[in-house]
Design a protein. Structure first.
Length: 271
């Protein structure tokens, strides 16, 4: 398969009033993506997320539950490797990147940016699943945790180029948490993989621009309370993903799988 050209877009702070704020540049994530995953679109997106997150204002590492940064196991006689890293930043309580390799051909990228409920920001979520060198599922969304996306984001999403994909996929029964702009596909060939990568980067950039433009509400503000409730529902709905749970339980057991989903993948915001 031809390799995708990496897409590295520099982060531009549009709000000049914030340019004098201190930006903490941290070391590269402790995830050797190339040692875990082999598919180029997975590697590219992991690198893109890392590059953008490391430039975010007030970005700092976020501790994972003990032993959850590097996980190894066995499924059907083949090795299972999972690597996790988490960060927080201005406007975001948690930014989580998971890379997984199951057996010789299955690669998974899972990334979620959970906003602090004080901020009127959606969740950025992106998942890629590859098998035997082919991307079998790709999804990216800016999922609202208010009644709707902000008017500013809606306008910008409407003006973004929306490439055509030959095989859209159907959302799961619990998929009402996603926005109307969700992109869920099975890309056919390198060209569609590249197009999906571009969509994911555009969504990421829109979110970061929005985060640089707005200010937070107080923790007891009614809008904050509503966003916290909506984010709890988002996490609860994602925890209903039986496919994820079955794969984890097959390798590590039911109890471990439940704990991992609730405390690493989709932990709920503090009260």
């Amino acid at each position: 398969m031809a390799r995708l050209a990496p897409v590295y877009l520099p982060l531009v702070v549009k709000n000049a009033a914030r340019q004098d704020k201190k930006i903490v540049r941290i070391k590269a994530m402790d995830v050797d993506a190339a040692a875990i995953c082999t598919h180029p679109v997975v590697l590219n997106l992991a690198q893109i997320l890392e590059a953008h997150w490391r430039r975010m204002e007030e970005c700092k590492p976020l501790a994972l539950p003990h032993g959850m940064d590097r996980v190894t196991g066995v499924m059907d006689g083949g090795p299972v490797q999972i690597r996790n890293c988490c960060f927080s930043a201005r406007g975001f309580r948690k930014m989580h990147l998971e890379l997984a390799a199951i057996g010789p051909g299955l690669n998974i990228l899972h990334a979620v940016m959970f906003p602090d409920p004080c901020w009127d920001l959606p969740l950025f979520g992106c998942d890629l699943v590859t098998a035997r060198g082919q991307v079998t599922a790709a999804v990216v969304d800016l999922s609202p945790v208010a009644e709707a996306l902000s008017p500013s984001l809606r306008r910008q999403l409407q003006t973004l180029p929306r490439p055509e994909f030959s095989e859209p996929r159907q959302l799961p029964p619990w998929g009402d948490i996603f926005s109307a702009a969700v992109c869920f596909i099975r890309p056919r060939g390198v060209e569609e993989e590249q197009k999906f990568q571009q969509v994911a980067v555009r969504y990421l950039r829109l979110l970061l621009d929005e985060a640089g433009r707005i200010s937070p509400d107080s923790r007891d503000h009614p809008a904050t309370v509503k966003r916290r409730t909506a984010q709890i529902r988002y996490c609860s709905q994602q925890q209903r993903n039986d496919k994820t749970r079955r794969v984890l339980a097959k390798s590590f057991g039911d109890t471990w799988a439940d704990d991992y989903i609730r405390h690493v993948l989709f932990d709920q915001p503090d009260s």
